[in-house]
Design a protein around this ligand. Structure first.
Ligand code: PRP
Ligand code: HPA
Ligand code: MG
Length: 167
């Protein structure tokens, strides 16, 4: 990741422990809220960032049917677009009723908008949400400001830092 890629003012650095706790909290919030006696039929992860939270939530909710949807975002004449690279099983999905679609975060909402068009009756859940994307998400755990960049543990490594009081 290049240094000048992120114009955000603030960084929110998430550890593996934190994403584990927050993903568990998301699962607990969703438990019993499916349309069929409270049950969910399946979990679908939006790759790649949604895969870790989806795995943790599927484990908490004892859901063994897990599929993926892959979205590729790209900039076209400064307008961000997104297209579907890989869809989950059509027979499983239907119109999305009873399906929990999970991503790590919603930012502009573009990714969820594309998935929502395909499965309007699915339930959309993210661990983190920024204000612009909030209308696209049904359930989330933590909101961060739009000018915050969230750093996930799979994008980071432990490294040396200089002491606060340098010499
Ligand atoms: O609300 P949006 O503005 O669409 O942004 C949110 C999406 O962006 C990131 O994924 P990215 O496309 O970077 O791919 P990745 O999950 O494979 O890292 C993140 O994991 C969300 O899926
Ligand atoms: O804040 C973010 N962090 C990581 N990936 C992202 N993709 C869109 N926004 C973000
Ligand atoms: Mg993603």
């Amino acid at each position: 990741m290049s240094e000048n890629r992120l114009p955000h003012e603030k960084g929110f650095h998430i550890s593996w422990d934190q994403i584990h706790r927050d993903s568990r909290a998301l699962a607990w919030r969703l438990d019993g809220h499916g349309p069929d006696d409270g049950a969910w039929r399946a979990v679908v992860a939006i790759t790649r960032g949604g895969m870790a939270p989806a795995m943790i939530a599927a484990r908490e909710l004892d859901i063994r049917t897990v599929d993926t949807i892959s979205i590729k975002s790209y900039d076209h004449q400064s307008q961000s677009e997104a297209r579907v690279l890989k869809k989950p099983d059509d027979k499983l999905m239907g119109d999305g009723t009873g399906i929990l679609i999970i991503d790590d975060l919603v930012d502009s909402g573009k990714t969820l908008e594309v998935v929502r068009e395909l499965y309007p009756n699915a339930h959309f859940a993210t661990v983190y949400a920024k204000p612009k994307g909030r209308p696209q998400v049904d359930t989330f755990i933590t909101e961060v400001s739009q000018d915050t960049w969230i750093f996930f543990p799979w994008d980071m490594a432990l490294q040396y830092v200089e002491p606060y009081r340098g010499n």
